[in-house]
Each structure stands twice: as structure tokens, then as C-alpha cells.
Design a binder for this molecule. Structure first.
Ligand code: SF4
Ligand code: SF4
Ligand code: FES
Length: 238
């Protein structure tokens, strides 16, 4: 039997409280996502003390580490619930919502700022994308970003209302920056410099936490070159 402690909150106005559940995995390979689904499937969910409990609010979609929806803080570390094997976690397993984003309820947070930041950066395609791994390895690597927000949770420089947009914005911007001709990327390069390049401390704590295993260091080096260093040279010559 595993004890799962969930930091709960009915909505962002209500105070948070910890509620414990006892859960018996049916298979050794079960994940936190499986446990949450099975707890919520119970006709009448009860906590460790036997009190009736409301279903636990959390987000999920693919359950295959592809959508990023189930990101949460598990035993103090931002992870995907569908990638967190119960057998690898110390019990009690503590589940908390990502702390950098406003809480909607329980483990569900509002990550709409990620998309707002991409809009601010002007990071969108105006032509067909070609993210084939062989022809455009950086675009392919960047296209694996789940927009889960785990990198922002760990980043000391990111705040929802801050000027620094973090790796969740750097990666999609890199996908465009490394492919655009110099004269076409003026706007994106300027926003990238302001919201990514100038705020990053380059500790690369985010690299270790990314559940997609994206080469953040390599992408950042090449997009910094494309948005800042090569543009300085290009401006000098033109
Ligand atoms: S390198 Fe450091 S400051 Fe830059 S995004 Fe990663 S964690 Fe944040
Ligand atoms: S870079 Fe990695 S951790 Fe950050 S949002 Fe993309 S997939 Fe998630
Ligand atoms: S549910 Fe899609 S990544 Fe976990």
C-alpha cells in the first residue's frame, strides 16, 4: 500500500490543505497518473482517515509523455505524472501543483502565460514547416517541446509576470531562428534578445529537468548565435 499526499485547493481563493490517500498498485509498473486515474474512478473516494473526498483535479491527455498536460511537482521535483513510476518514488508520494503558475484547483494550473509569451515573441510560422530530423535537426529537436512548464518551475529567473520568458519560449523561438534568413528575423530576434537572451543565467538547471530530454544547451547556443551574435556581425557588414 502506498500513501499519496495531495496538496489540494478547491480554487485559487481557497486555502491549500494536504489530503492523504492509500493506494494499492495493481502492477509494479504503475505511474502516478495511473494512481490518480484509479483513485478518481472509485465510486466513493475516501482519504486515509476514511472521510469522503472529492475527485482529485489534475490534467491529462495522452498518458504517453507526449502532451505535457500532466506536469506537476512530485516529491519536490517537476515531472510528468505519466512518466513517474510509483516504484521509483519514496513513500509517501507528495503531489503538488507547479508552483510558478496560478492554481485552478488541486493539481491543475493555468499555463496560458506560455502561449501569451509565444505571441509576444512573434514566434509563429508564416510558411510550411519542415521539421524533418535529417534536413533540420534543430527544428526537429525543438518540435519535441511539450510546453509542460517543468523547465520554468526549476528556473530561478522565471516569473509569470516577469520579462524573462524561459526555455519554454526559447525552444519554439529557436526552431524559427535557426532557419530564417537574417533580414526576415529582425522582429523575432529583437524580442528573443529582450525576453530570453538577456534574462538567462545559463546555469542549465532546466536541461536536467526537461522530461522530453531536449538538448536545451545546444539549442540555446545556436539560437543565441542566430538572434544576437550573428546578427551583430550581419548588421556591421550591411
Ligand atoms: S539556464 Fe538557468 S536561467 Fe536559463 S532558463 Fe535554464 S534554469 Fe533558467
Ligand atoms: S523545454 Fe522541456 S521542460 Fe521546457 S516546456 Fe519544453 S518539454 Fe517542457
Ligand atoms: S498525459 Fe500527456 S504527457 Fe502525461
Amino acid at each position: 500500500m502506498i500513501q499519496i499526499d495531495v496538496l489540494r485547493r478547491k480554487n485559487k481563493e481557497e486555502p491549500a490543505y494536504l489530503q492523504s490517500f492509500l493506494y494499492e498498485p495493481k502492477e509494479p509498473s504503475e505511474t502516478v497518473a495511473t494512481a490518480l486515474r484509479r483513485l478518481n474512478e472509485q465510486a466513493s473516494l475516501t482519504d486515509k482517515e476514511g472521510n469522503r473526498a472529492d475527485p482529485i483535479v489534475w490534467e491529462n491527455s495522452c498518458l504517453q509523455k507526449k502532451c505535457g498536460a500532466c506536469a506537476m511537482v512530485i516529491n519536490g521535483r517537476p515531472m510528468l505524472a505519466c512518466d513517474a513510476s510509483l516504484s521509483a518514488l519514496k513513500s509517501p508520494v507528495r503531489l503538488e501543483p507547479l508552483r510558478k503558475f496560478p492554481v485552478v484547483a488541486d493539481l491543475m494550473v493555468d499555463r496560458s502565460i506560455l502561449f501569451q509569451n509565444l505571441k509576444d515573441l512573434n514566434a509563429w510560422l508564416t510558411a510550411d514547416a519542415d521539421p524533418s530530423e535529417k534536413k533540420n535537426p534543430d527544428a526537429y529537436e525543438a518540435s519535441r517541446c511539450l510546453q509542460c512548464g517543468c523547465c520554468l518551475e526549476i528556473c530561478p529567473n522565471f516569473a509569470v509576470d516577469g520579462r524573462f520568458y524561459g526555455m519554454a519560449s526559447m525552444v519554439p523561438a529557436a526552431r524559427l531562428l535557426v532557419q530564417m534568413p537574417e533580414k526576415e528575423k529582425k522582429e523575432l530576434a529583437a524580442e528573443y534578445k529582450r525576453h530570453v537572451f538577456e534574462g538567462c543565467g545559463k546555469s542549465l538547471a532546466c536541461q536536467d529537468i526537461c522530461p522530453a530530454g531536449i538538448d536545451l544547451q545546444g539549442l540555446m547556443a545556436r539560437s543565441n548565435a542566430a538572434a544576437v551574435w550573428r546578427r551583430l556581425l550581419w548588421k556591421k557588414r550591411n
